[in-house]
Each structure stands twice: as C-alpha cells, then as structure tokens.
Design a protein. Structure first.
Ligand code: GLA
Length: 678
C-alpha cells in the first residue's frame, strides 16, 4: 500500500467496527434493523448540500483504481472512456461523470500561482478535455488535495491556501465535480479545510459536485452533510475480496447519515480490474447499490470484458442505487457471514440483498415483513441478476454461492400470483470428498410461493467424469406452499482427481399453475480433499481448502508482499527468520482439510519485521466450528509467540488473522513453522 504514513486510520475505524457489532440486535428471534439502534445520527433536516447537486449518488468513471499515476492515465484514456460511455450505453444507463484523479497536474504552479496540467498527459489542457466530454453530454471531474501537496509520492500542488483561485480555475475549465483529498493537510482542522473549499466552489457560481475524501478520519458522516455531496468513509479500496469486504463492513453501519445530496462513499468500484471473480464483482456492485454508494467505475473500459459490461450496465441494480428516496440499506442480520441488507425504495418496495461472505454456499433467509413490507397475502419477487419475477407467500430465501449475492426487489402486490411461485434450492451436507470415494449429499427444492409449483424436477450435475446418482425421488407432481422435494444423492469424483474446488449445479424445473415454465439453478462447490499424511507435516506443504487475504494472495514460506503471488520476503519475526510457514495480510482466513485424523496445530506467530514498527494483529485457530486457540493483539515490537491448538476430530482447521482492532494497514502476519500433527 502506498499511503500508509499519510493514512492514520485507526481510531475512527475501531469505532465503526464496534458500531457494527453492537448494531445487530435480536429481540425474540426477530432481527431489528441496525439503523433503529445506531448511534450514527441522521443529518439535521435541510442538511442536503446547499449546492442542490447529487440528489442521487453520482455515477461515472475515475481512473485511479486502474492506472494510479502510470503514464496510461492521459488525455486519450479520458476521451476513450467518454466515447465508450456513449457507444456501450453506459451514458444511457446513468453514468455521467468522467473524473481525473491525482497526477493530472505539473509539480509546480505557474508564475501567477495557477495550476498547470501535465503537458505530457494533457497536451491540450484540461479545458479541451472538458469540452470533449461535454460535447458527448457528459461531465468532467477533477482532483486535488486539501493540503499543500496531493497524495502521490511526487506530491503535486494542493489547494490549501489557494482554495478560491483553484476553484475558479476549475470552474473556468468547465469542471463539474471535485474530489478533495486529505494528504499533507498541515494539521489544519478538517471541517475548516473542507468548509473553505465548499465556499470557494460556491463562489464560482458553477454547479460542481463536491466529493470529500478524508478517509473517514474525522467522521464526516457527523458533520459533512451540509458541506459536501459525498464523503469517503474509509481508507482506499484495492482490487481484492478482503479489501472490498472490509470497506463494506465499515460503511454499512453509517446508513442513517446518507440521503439525497449527501452520500456515504465507500470508495470507487474495482469491478473489471481482475483481482476478484465475476461472482465477487457482482457482490461488490450489488452491495454498493444497496448502500446507495456513488458508482464510479474504476476499470479501464477500453480493455473490459463483456462480463464487466454486463455487471456495470445492469439497469435493475443501478435503479436500486439511484432510487430517488435516497435511503442507504440497513443490515437486518449477518450471523455466520450470512448477510441480509434491506433498502427502502421510493415506490414502497424493498431491495433485499442476500450476501454470502463465506467460502461455501450458504442458505440465507428473511421475510418480506422483516424487510419492512406491509402484511399481504403474496409478494412479487424480482431477481435483479436473473431478471425473473416470481411470487412468494412471504419467505425470502436462497442458497447463495460462496462470495455471491442474490439481489431481490420485493413488493406487496395483489397481482403477485400471476407470476410463477418462487422456489428455494438448498444443499445440505458438507461436500468434502476424497478422489475415488463417494460422498452423500442431500438437496431440496422448496415452494416459497403462494401458489403451487407443479411438475417439479431436480437435477444435480458435476464436472465431466464425476458420477452423480440419485438415491431417492427427483420429481414431484405438485408442491404446495412450504412443501419441499428432497433428494439424496451419491457423488463420486473419479480416482486421481486433483485436490481443489469443483462446481456442482443443482437445477430445478417446474411450472406455475398457469403452465408457465421456470428454471432455477444454484452453483455450489465440492472440495476434493486429500487426507493429511500420517504423522502430519508443515501446513504450507499441504493443499489449502480455501484462502482469503487482505492484500494479495496468502504466501507459502514467505511473507505477504501485498500484490502478486511470490512477492514476499523470508518470514521474519523479531529478527528470527523461518524457512517454513504462511505469510498473510489481515483480514485473512486459510482452511485445511484435517479429515478428523489430526491432534494439534502449532506455530510461531507474529507481525513480520518488514513493516518496521507498524502493524498489529491477532491470531486464531479454529477446529471446525470451535475456536481452539488464540492470541491477544500482537504488534511488530513483539517477538514470535508460540501458539498451539487441540484440533482432535476436526474435519477442517481454520487459521484466522484479524486486524487487532485498529484497521488493516501494515498488518503483515506470519504463521511461522506451522505444523499439524496427525
Ligand atoms: C488518496 C485517495 C485515493 C486517490 C489517491 C491519489 O489515497 O484516497 O482515492 O485519490 O489519494 O493519490
């Protein structure tokens, strides 16, 4: 990470995590929205920014996530993006702002104190780019810092002390949006710095969306509603599952602060940048929309895949984000990484996200009533990724693939039963199987609808060569409300199948009472596992069941280098170098198959020396669902600590590293000399 020294994020983040934990209350089994208890106060009436802009969350593009300050950030990129917005229908879908981030400027102001564009990147100047973008019916955004220099290591001129002249220069160029960063702020009070620029922008008389970017350090959700149109709530996102997840969790509890003209900003989109799967990017896009977050595309669209365009241009999901009521979704429940988040919509419907944080398919359930809808005999349920409408008697439930999100729009509706009934597909049993052996699996297809599902059939398919045999009925003539077709299966991967994860698909076909055909399927993972060798060994030599990591991949026998695989250094804690182990970055979870045959896991754990005096983490070892050992918070100043866990009988051993309560910056954690005894 680049900006560690200029991003002291700790205190505000610690508080936000506390709010999240405290915000999920249950009364007599009924989940109570976090918003009902949240200490984040809604902004005072009339707090909408005085400029009257951004009545729905801003949509557009910003180059930072794809280019940082590389040379490919230049005029031709910006124009290319504007062209694509028009050609590919993104402009029609609502994307409007084409925003320049850091590094557009020359290191020095001119003799009159004016900012100068970098002549290599922007040879025709910023006004020419603005004219080009405006001619396409789009708008231009720019970036500077509320400090003496911007955040880039070169440090380009910032606006502190130049607010009025810089704002006027932006207005003269035709700029429509300003992202105002926080680096090199000389310790001047944030509210004061951000107020001065607000006044400077207002003084130009030009409508300019004002994006406050102080990383949530001064809790802008408490004071910035009358100042800016949006404010960053966290440190920088990066293109990894761990980063996206951690930012989402910090932003969710801030729901009461968001509204038309004043939005929580969990940072720009990474969709399409390559570090996550398309399932994970759909989750990213779904959750940003349910959080009414700005949708600023961060991928270089000139090189984007068709799947990336499909995600970014899903107009039913965009409509959730852009709903005029402007409510941010609230968390109804999140136990076991099974999240239900509901967003009230202007037409009285609710967008409901069923989000699976875990590495396995999970059943996630709620009801129309819990999501805030009035009592009704039936509801329509629109699946915003499958683009299918069904009816439900009130239950909302799905088996959601690992890291996936099912995004629904639900409405009380007297005509609901004109749509086919919704069914829920579920898989019970743990699909961990050794090659050439047979594992049992049970599936069910349940009618959630007010009407019956008729001529129902279930099919289970695996990768080619796998044997999948039904041991009970796979069809039902009719399933009334609440009834299920349950099928037992035997699944056998061929002998010699390599250890790893494999996709199985459960598909149900059925008809509505009126004869309409419906097909519904869910993907889940089976793990082909290898029993650990007799006696055990170093875990870094054994195959992982799953791994997730804050930055870059989990490294074997080196520290975590934060980006590409293999970029770490020797594992080193308190000056001692270790040949074997895992190098991870908080938040991290790594799982191994122990097959019930092992007794202990031992390691020397600590923060790797490579981050100087920075970083603090805590380690946990889990045996199936039980925490078997843990450390307190360990810092870089400490020597390696021995950690030992009794994992007798566990099928799965899970190694967890958390951030020690102060955010993940510099949290390079080493599991040194990590052994399992079997
Ligand atoms: C900070 C911001 C980022 C980006 C960079 C540019 O880190 O939070 O979004 O603008 O600066 O240097």
């Amino acid at each position: 990470m680049r900006h560690l020294s200029s991003h002291p994020i700790s205190t505000s983040r610690r508080r936000v995590i506390g709010v999240l934990a405290a915000g999920l209350l249950c009364t007599a089994g009924v989940a109570v929205p976090a918003a009902a208890q949240s200490p984040v106060p809604p902004p005072a009436a009339g707090a909408q920014a005085a400029n009257g802009l951004a009545l729905t969350p801003p949509m557009g593009f910003n180059n930072w996530n794809s280019t940082h300050c590389r040379a490919d950030f230049n005029e031709s990129m910006v124009k290319g993006i504007a062209d694509i917005f028009v050609e590919k229908g993104l402009k029609d879908a609502g994307y409007e702002y084409v925003n320049l981030d850091d590094c557009w400027a020359k290191p020095e102001r001119d003799a009159d104190g004016k900012l100068q564009p970098d002549p290599v990147r922007f040879p025709d100047g910023i006004k020419a780019v603005a004219d080009y973008v405006h001619a396409k019916g789009l708008k231009l955004g720019i970036y500077t810092s509320a400090g003496t220099r911007t955040c880039d290591s070169v440090g380009l001129p910032g606006a502190l002390g130049h607010e009025f002249s810089d704002a006027q220069q932006f207005a003269d160029w035709g700029v429509d949006y300003l992202k105002y960063d926080n680096c090199n702020n000389q310790g001047v009070d944030a509210k004061e710095r951000y107020t001065t620029m607000r006044d400077a922008l207002a003084a130009t008389g030009r409508p300019i969306v004002y994006s406050i970017c102080e990383w949530g350090e001064n809790k802008p959700w408490e004071w910035a509603a009358g100042l800016g149109n949006l404010w960053r709530t966290t440190g920088d996102i990066n293109d990894s599952w761990g980063s996206m997840l951690s930012i989402m969790k910090q932003n969710l509890p801030l729901a009461p602060a968001a509204g038309p003209g004043h939005w929580n900003d969990p940072d720009m989109l990474e969709v399409g940048n390559g570090g996550m799967t398309d399932t994970e990017y759909r989750t990213h896009f779904s959750m940003w929309s349910v959080m009414a977050a700005p949708l600023l595309i961060g991928a270089d669209l000139r090189r984007a895949t068709p799947e990336t365009f499909d995600i970014l241009s899903n107009e039913e999901v965009i409509a959730v984000d852009q709903d005029p009521l402007g409510k941010q979704g609230v968390v109804l429940s999140s136990d076991g990484g099974r999240w239900v988040v509901a967003k009230e919509m202007g037409d009285g419907s609710r967008a409901v996200a069923l989000f699976n944080e875990t590495g396995e398919a999970q059943r996630i359930s709620t009801t129309a009533g819990a999501a805030g809808l009035p009592k009704a005999s039936a509801y329509t349920v629109r699946d915003l990724w499958e683009h299918i409408t069904r009816n439900t008697a009130g239950g909302l439930s799905a088996t959601v693939p690992a890291h996936g999100t099912v995004l629904l729009r639900v409405a009380a509706d007297s005509d609901a039963t004109t749509h086919p009934p919704a069914v829920e597909l579920a898989v019970a049993g743990s699909p961990l199987v050794e090659a050439g052996r047979t594992a049992p699996l049970t599936t069910s297809v349940t009618d959630l609808g007010r009407t019956s599902a008729v001529r129902v059939s279930a099919a289970l398919t695996g990768p080619s060569g796998w044997r999948v045999k039904a041991g009970s009925a796979t069809t039902a003539t009719v399933l009334p409300t609440g009834r299920a077709l349950t099928t037992r299966w035997q699944v056998t991967p061929p002998a010699g199948t390599a250890a790893g994860t494999y996709d199985l698909t459960l598909t149900a076909q059925y008809r509505s009472p009126a004869g309409e055909r419906v097909r519904s399927s869910v993907l889940f993972r089976a793990h082909v596992v290898v029993a650990p060798p007799a006696g055990g060994g170093q875990l870094s030599d054994l195959p992982q069941l799953s791994a997730s990591n804050g930055y870059g991949p989990v490294e074997k026998d080196t520290s975590n280098g934060e980006s590409a695989a293999g970029d770490g250094k020797p594992l080193t804690i308190g000056g001692q170098v270790y040949a074997k182990g895992l190098g991870v970055h908080a938040d991290s979870t790594v799982e191994y198959y122990a097959g019930g045959a092992c007794s202990t896991v031992t390691a020397q754990v600590g923060v790797d020396d490579e981050k100087g005096d920075k970083g603090s983490v805590a380690f946990e070892i889990w045996a199936d669902g039980t925490k078997a050992a843990s450390t307190g918070v360990l810092t870089n100043a400490m020597a390696a600590q021995p950690l030992s866990a009794d994992v007798s009988g566990a099928r799965v051993v899970r190694l967890v590293v958390t951030d020690g309560g102060d955010g993940v910056d510099s949290d390079h954690a080493d599991w040194a000399d990590l052994r399992i005894t079997c």
